[in-house]
Design a protein around this ligand. Structure first.
Ligand code: C5P
Length: 218
């Protein structure tokens, strides 16, 4: 059992995918289930934290004591809920797989098929991590995730700097049993001076490894 080393701490955690609507029945989404972020929320609450979990659309949820769930659908909704909860948080862990793009317009009616290819214009979504990083106060800590299929370390380090993160959790869907859709994960923690690799293990244990690293810099 872990000590209540997060007692009195407020955490903001994002988790899950975002869905970007195309029309009243269709959306662009991704394979995230939210399991890693939910595991983080539950582990942090068990260690005494007050957690605000901003959760994208997924069939998973949590009713753990100490976790307030804010259900959102799109990246812009996730952005609004995250920005609202950031000022009073001691730290944020951004585990959500946020869509980088959304359809420029959402059709009011179901799009009918035709003979020609369908063109959909996509526009950039806000980068929640980068924005929280810009507004980060000296006593706040910000943790991101990087899911990379290639050049993992290089990309993770670039994100660490660009988004003003304190450390980043790197995982790869190329590793067996890791990342989307698995109950286990294999991570590396990347900060400004070192890389710490971990074994493949259940997401609940991975969550506690991440929280150990966070509590040491709070
Ligand atoms: O740039 P990339 O999407 O790979 O960065 C991943 C990290 O940034 C994750 O922590 C993710 O939750 C966060 N992110 C975000 N808002 C976005 C895109 C990514 O908070 N629009």
């Amino acid at each position: 059992a872990y000590p209540k080393d997060f007692k009195g701490r407020k955490l903001l955690i994002t988790a899950g995918p975002t869905f970007e609507d195309l029309d009243p029945v269709r959306y662009l989404g991704n394979r995230s289930t939210g399991r890693m972020g939910i595991a983080l929320a539950e582990a942090a609450a068990a260690r005494g934290a007050t957690v605000h979990l901003v959760l994208g659309p997924t069939s998973l949820t949590t009713d753990a004591a100490g976790v307030t769930v804010h259900n959102v659908r799109s990246a812009r909704e996730m952005h609004a809920a995250s920005v609202a909860n950031w000022p009073k948080a001691d730290a944020a862990i951004l585990a959500a797989a946020v869509a980088d793009y959304r359809p420029k317009k959402i059709a009011g009616q179901k799009i009918k098929k035709g003979e020609k290819p369908l063109k959909v214009e996509l526009v950039r979504n806000p980068d929640i991590a980068a924005e929280l990083g810009e507004d980060k106060k000296t006593n706040q800590r910000l943790v991101g995730f990087a899911l990379e299929t290639e050049n993992g370390l290089e990309n993770a380090r670039r994100k660490l700097e660009r988004k003003n993160l304190d450390f980043i959790v790197l995982n790869s869907p190329n590793d067996k049993g890791a990342a989307f859709g698995h109950t286990t994960n294999k991570i590396q923690l990347v900060d400004h001076n070192k890389v710490t690799p971990f074994e493949l293990k259940p997401k609940a244990e991975v969550a506690n490894d991440i929280l150990d690293a966070l509590v040491s810099i709070l």
